[in-house]
Design a protein around this ligand. Structure first.
Ligand code: GDP
Length: 358
């Protein structure tokens, strides 16, 4: 599945957050291989629609979509030149599909800051500089060979040009994703650049600042237009061990409707460019993960490759119509069920039944 790497300077709350994510009963997915690597956590994407669907269909179980988080330690100043766990760190982060950067915004003088002062903007700069430097190295290593290879293979010229353009952007200290509009991202794909990955920032704030909208806006503005979430890792850790009623009470005390981690999972899912479609029956109500823009046959293929190969049509009803009218036959009777062909682009919340040849 698709994974999000959690990075950040030491002592910013990465482990606290990761443990809260994987220790949260509502979020922790029932995944057989989740225990193999202690730094990998498979997390449910909470979706209240599934419970409603399961109620309609008397489904035996609910199967949410999941996101995988990887706790990647070892980012320090100089990581790009092999300082600390530099090389290990870079190899681990290269394998993830998106980057979640945890940024310290809590003051607590008892927790030492590696650079002596709490300064979210400066920390982000430090981390991003390491990622930018790592990408410059990757490009320089690759360009030497690319120039040679392009002599015999003119089609490589496009990669050379894209790499040189990216090199110029990185030289200004700008991440590739922040200059996506002026770079040939397709051609850059084979370089697996770190700063080309989608980014989401997590600001770890003081308990006292939870619910402070002005502070949240101020922090979000530091990284906009990139996505960000504001959490208090300490509170998230407390919530992980509570039953739902207790947790709701604690959150309400801070003026929060849902845990920051739930927001993070949702933002992470969107940052990865994903969406869900739904299926329901007596066995299960289930959310399936597809990329935004996926067609009906591609969606069918997520359930089973045979569904994609033998795809005929998809019967699609919208979740809202289904809940309003109470059943698929009622949606059909109201003329709101659609038979869609192979070019149909799936929408979030489509409830689908595929017709296919076997
Ligand atoms: P990591 O090095 O980034 O993985 O950071 P840790 O999760 O190990 O946290 C470092 C220290 O900061 C620990 O002593 C945590 O208890 C503390 N810490 C983490 N989050 C918070 C927070 O939101 N508020 C306060 N006051 N301390 C925190």
């Amino acid at each position: 599945g698709l994974s999000i790497g959690i990075v950040g300077l030491p002592n910013v709350g990465k482990s606290t957050l990761f443990n809260a994510l994987t220790g949260n009963e509502a979020l922790a997915a029932n995944y057989p291989f989740a225990t193999i690597d202690p730094n990998v956590g498979v997390v449910n994407v909470p979706d209240p629609r599934l419970e409603r669907l399961a109620g309609l269909y008397h489904s035996e179980r609910v199967v949410p979509a999941t996101v995988t988080f990887v706790d990647i330690a070892g980012l320090v100043r100089g990581a790009s030149t092999g300082e600390g766990l530099g090389n290990q760190f870079l190899a681990a982060i290269r394998e993830t599909d998106a980057i979640c950067q945890v940024v310290r915004a809590f003051a607590d003088p008892d927790v030492i800051h590696v650079d002596g002062a709490v300064d979210p903007r400066a920390d982000i700069e430090t981390v991003n500089t390491e990622l930018v430097l790592a990408d410059i190295q990757t490009i320089d290593n690759r360009l030497t060979k690319l120039h040679r290879e392009a002599k015999g293979k003119p089609e490589l010229r496009r990669v050379v040009d894209a790499a040189e353009a990216a090199r110029a952007v990185l030289d200004e200290g700008v991440p590739v994703s922040a200059a996506a509009g002026r770079l040939d991202l397709d051609a850059l794909g084979e370089l697996h650049l770190l700063t080309a990955k989608p980014f989401v920032y997590v600001f770890n704030i003081d308990e006292a600042e939870l619910g402070d909208d002005a502070r949240a806006k101020e922090l979000a503005a530091v990284v906009a237009p990139a996505s960000s979430v504001v959490v208090c890792a300490g509170i998230e850790a407390e919530l992980a061990g509570m039953d739902p009623a207790e947790a709701a009470e604690l959150l309400a005390g801070y003026g929060q409707a849902e845990p920051g981690l739930v927001q993070l999972v949702h933002v992470g899912f969107e940052t990865l460019g994903l969406q869900t479609f739904l299926t329901a029956g007596p066995k299960e109500a289930r959310a399936w993960t597809i990329r935004r823009g996926a067609t009906a046959p591609e969606a069918a293929g997520v359930i089973h490759t045979d569904f994609q190969k033998g795809f005929i049509k998809a019967e699609v009803v919208s979740y809202d119509d289904l809940i309003e009218l109470g059943s698929v036959p009622a949606v059909r009777a109201a003329g709101k069920a659609r038979l869609e062909g192979k070019d149909y682009v799936m929408r979030d919340g489509d409830v689908v039944e595929f017709r296919f040849n076997v």
